[in-house]
Design a protein around this ligand. Structure first.
Ligand code: MUC
Ligand code: MG
Length: 374
């Protein structure tokens, strides 16, 4: 063995897991989730696992699962081969020089490198990132069955078992009047003590947003997420100034550069941070720092990843100075099965951040092989 652990292989496999019910968003309805699972092996025998995941094929983000796998195999793997597995800054710098965009693939690769380094040093990923300031993260649930009555039933059950007290509603695929009536009906049925957030996933233009956010605000909705097209930064700033209800940037705030531009004009009173959009955990922490400096609140977002991606996100969110709006890291709960032997623990409206070395997950290789796209 060399004086440093050399990377010997980088593998990327597409895994498909069915969802527990259809998950309806403004741009698509998901029946399953497709994940790219990354395995990085080094000559000291340590294996790191990562995940690169998007939502609904190419309807949400710019990278398809197939493109992520290809980018990793054809362009990223040769950059890593034979290099020092422990110098993540040097590796990511080299990848960023040679591979443009591809933040989802890069997030998965960086996750695998962090998992391996944590195992090598016998510390958790959050310790590698400087340490967790919270070991439990609030977690909401998204109601997106596409049916108001079913959503109410689902929420009432989850409230009764104390799993969640905050629900996110996905709207934007119907006429605004119908969508808003759906939100108001759910808000009324669940009552004062239950928080409701609404994600429009860019479906409204600015005028429609101004008209209908007013009704949502009057009906006690707690947070409005990405109502307008992600490129309309000034529009987000105008809505943020106009409304009392907080406006959250999601698709608009992908990279550190987006965060900087939005922070300057206060485009959003909350930023949804996601490791996939940001291109990894370190960039997510940088976005959090920009938000803090601009007095913009933080929310730990999901790309509906499985356990690997959700745990990686939990590690970095646990290190944020502030996490005023909690998280939506429920991805594994939306899936009918898992590829780890130690699933995430969700209890009393919180998820626990693992503290064993690396990510703190154990891969179930039989399940991994079973759910691999053939
Ligand atoms: C999004 O845009 O926030 C997060 C939760 C969920 O149900 O969908 C995602 C995507
Ligand atoms: Mg969103």
């Amino acid at each position: 063995m060399a004086d440093f652990p050399r990377i010997t292989s980088v593998e990327a496999d597409i895994i498909e897991l069915p969802t527990i019910r259809p998950h309806k968003l403004s741009m698509t309805t998901m029946m399953s989730q497709t994940m790219v699972i990354i395995k990085i092996t080094s000559d000291d025998g340590i294996i790191g696992w990562g995940e690169a995941t998007t939502i609904g094929g190419m309807t949400y983000g710019p990278e398809s699962p197939e493109a992520m796998k290809l980018t990793i195999e054809r362009y990223i793997s040769p950059l890593l081969s034979g290099k020092d597995a422990s110098n993540i800054n040097a590796l990511m710098l080299d990848i960023n020089k040679n591979v443009k965009g591809s933040t989802f693939a890069k997030a998965g690769i960086e996750t695998a490198l962090l998992d391996a380094l944590g195992k090598r040093l016998n510390v958790s990923v959050s310790q590698l990132l400087g340490g967790a300031v919270r070991i439990e993260l609030p977690v909401l649930w998204t109601l997106a069955s596409g049916n108001t009555e079913k959503d109410i039933e689902e929420a009432q059950y989850l409230i009764s078992i104390n799993r969640h007290d905050t629900f996110k509603l996905k709207i934007g695929s119907n006429e605004p009047k119908k969508d808003v009536a759906h939100v108001v009906a759910i808000k009324k049925a669940l009552g004062e003590n239950i928080k409701i957030t609404v994600d429009i996933n860019q479906a409204w233009d600015e005028f429609t947003a101004k008209t209908w956010i007013k009704v949502l605000q009057e009906n006690g909705v707690d947070l409005i997420e990405q109502p307008i097209i992600k490129t309309n930064f000034d529009g987000l700033a105008r809505l943020t100034e106009f409304f009392h209800v907080p406006i959250m940037a999601d698709e608009a705030v992908a990279t550190t550069e987006d965060a900087m531009k939005l922070a300057k004009i206060h485009g959003g009173s909350v930023f949804a941070v996601k490791i996939m959009k940001a291109g990894g955990l370190y960039n997510s922490a940088k976005i959090a720092a920009i938000a803090d400096a601009a007095d913009i609140a933080l929310y730990g977002g999901t790309m509906l990843e499985g356990t690997i991606g959700s745990v990686a996100s939990a590690h970095v969110f646990s290190t944020f100075n502030k996490l005023q709006w909690g998280t939506e890291l429920f991805g594994p709960l939306l899936l009918t099965d898992d590829i780890v032997t130690n699933p995430m623990v969700f209890k009393d409206r919180q998820l626990s951040v693992p503290n064993s070395p690396g990510l703190g997950i154990e891969i179930d290789t039989d399940k991994l092989n079973h759910f691999k796209r053939k």
